[in-house]
Design a protein around this ligand. Structure first.
Ligand code: GDP
Length: 471
């Protein structure tokens, strides 16, 4: 124990001016301790109610574990409307699930597993990039592979491009499935050519993207698609440690009349068992029952397995994380604390990057690039504006156009902007009514322009901290 006066004096000798009421920073404390010949050890207060942190730690622990085993890949199907996402999911479910599981009644638990050559693949049952990105926006990255479905008789359409951008911005590899090959107008060569403009290059042309021709209707090419998913999964070396404590993510949740709160959870690491004390988002409980995708009750769930669980005190939200605690008392305390905290947070309301706060955010978060979603009335303007924006360079910080398209600003644009912390710029276009209210709800900044140089000036000024605020 040392007297404060002595410490102040000592610091003075070390060239640091301070008084008894000031708190010392980490460097100063280290300096002081060194002078006394002792080593300063930082005391980290582990907050057990921070389940995101527990989740991240378990994820990290699995990487260094000796118990790692190969786990099934988790796949999301994306593509333009009517290109066959639902048909493909249905076909996989019916041909690959029920025929192998006699007596099983397939049931919708947000995801299901199919078998090919004794390997499993987990398909998320909600197709499309909206679901994908809204999970991502909430910090859940559960998809390992995206299957991009493109109709052979229709080719690349606006939502095809959106899907590509969503997958790319999440860094998830894409497998291309050219669908409707049974149709007379099918032209896979043309579709391939179109996709090559979006950096999806098949191996035959020197690229590394897998292309498979399929018909979700007749079943043609489906086995080949599944085999290629396994191939891609093997390249990604997807592994998990089934021996550690379970962590997972909620895919869907609801209140059931008979069962109470029900959560469809995808297990990501470890093994979840009936009876485990859990916290899921802001809810808690003990796993009472677990049901698999065939409607069978199971006692345990392993990595990449989707299960419906009951036993929670309340209904969690999709994208919520599940972690296991040692005892139910702790789980309850954590769950209750989290419910309190989230009430508090709702009042504070999180803020995304906007042109007005861009400069401060750039400094605070040492941003390397500014993400922009760009929509314009015609392709030419989108390209011209995009190119000019990408030329802006403010002290090494550049503009990154994560999506550029033609047409009104829609919900998908807002979801992508929200997930990627981007500002939306519209040139001679407006947001749809739903996009507008969604943007307001998620505080995504939408800026509308009709003069190209004005848009460029604003972005540049915002990056320099010189933008005049608009009211
Ligand atoms: P989604 O909007 O992407 O989910 O598309 P759907 O799965 O609902 O398919 C849209 C339409 O295309 C439906 O009428 C399907 O029957 C049809 N369809 C889907 N796949 C195929 C296919 O491989 N061949 C043919 N001929 N029709 C298909």
């Amino acid at each position: 124990h040392r007297e404060p006066a002595e410490i102040v004096k000592k610091l003075f000798m070390l060239g640091i001016m301070t008084n008894q009421n000031q708190s010392l920073d980490k460097d100063t404390i280290e300096l002081l301790a060194a002078d006394y010949g002792i080593e300063a050890v930082e005391k980290v207060h582990e907050d057990i109610s921070d389940i995101d942190n527990i989740f991240a730690q378990e994820m990290e622990a699995s990487k260094n574990s000796d118990n790692q085993v190969v786990r099934p890949p988790v796949v999301t199907i994306m593509g333009h409307v009517d290109h066959g996402k639902t048909t493909l999911l249905d076909r996989l479910r019916h041909t690959r699930v029920s025929e192998h599981e006699a007596g099983g009644i397939t049931q919708n638990i947000g995801a299901y597993q199919v078998r090919i050559n004794d390997r499993l693949i987990t398909f998320l049952d909600t197709p499309g990039h909206a679901a994908f990105s809204s999970m991502r926006a909430r910090g859940a990255e559960i998809t390992d592979i995206v299957v991009l479905i493109v109709a052979a008789d229709d080719g690349v359409m606006p939502q095809t491009i959106e899907a590509i951008d969503h997958a790319k911005s999440a860094g998830v590899p894409i497998i291309v499935a050219i669908n409707k090959m049974d149709r007379p107008g099918a032209n896979p060569a043309h579709v391939t050519e179109q996709l090559m403009q979006y950096e999806l290059i098949p191996e035959a042309y020197g690229g590394s993207t897998i292309f498979v021709n399929i018909s979700a209707k007749t079943g043609m090419g489906i086995d080949e698609l599944l085999e290629n998913i396994i191939l891609e999964a093997d390249m990604l070396e997807l592994k998990a440690d089934p021996k550690q404590k379970a962590i997972g993510t909620v895919v869907e949740a609801r209140l059931s009349r008979g069962k109470g709160p029900v959560a469809d959870v995808l297990i990501q690491q470890g093994t979840l068992r009936v009876g485990d004390p859990i916290v899921v988002g802001d809810t808690f409980g003990r796993v009472r029952t677990m049901t698999n995708d065939k409607g069978h009750q199971v006692k345990k769930a392993t990595p990449a397995m989707p299960v419906e669980i009951t036993g929670l005190n309340d209904v969690p939200e999709s994208a919520d994380k599940l972690v296991v605690f040692d005892d139910e008392k702790t789980a309850r305390a954590v769950g209750e604390a989290r419910a309190q905290q989230s009430l508090q947070k709702q009042r504070e309301n999180t803020q995304h990057v906007t042109l007005d706060n861009l400069f401060d955010t750039m400094k605070r978060e040492s941003m390397k690039s500014v993400n922009i979603v760009l929509k314009a009335d015609v392709q030419g303007s989108a390209e011209a504006l995009g190119q000019s924006l990408q030329k802006i360079d403010v002290e090494g910080v550049r503009v990154n156009i994560i999506h550029s398209g033609v047409g009104a600003i829609n919900e998908s644009d807002v979801t992508l902007a929200s997930a990627s912390n981007a500002v939306i710029i519209g040139f001679n276009v407006r947001p749809t009514a739903t996009a507008k209210s969604q943007a307001a709800g998620e505080s995504v900044d939408i800026r509308l322009y009709s003069i190209i140089y004005k848009a460029i000036d604003d972005v540049k000024a915002a990056m320099q901290g010189l933008l005049e605020p608009t009211y």
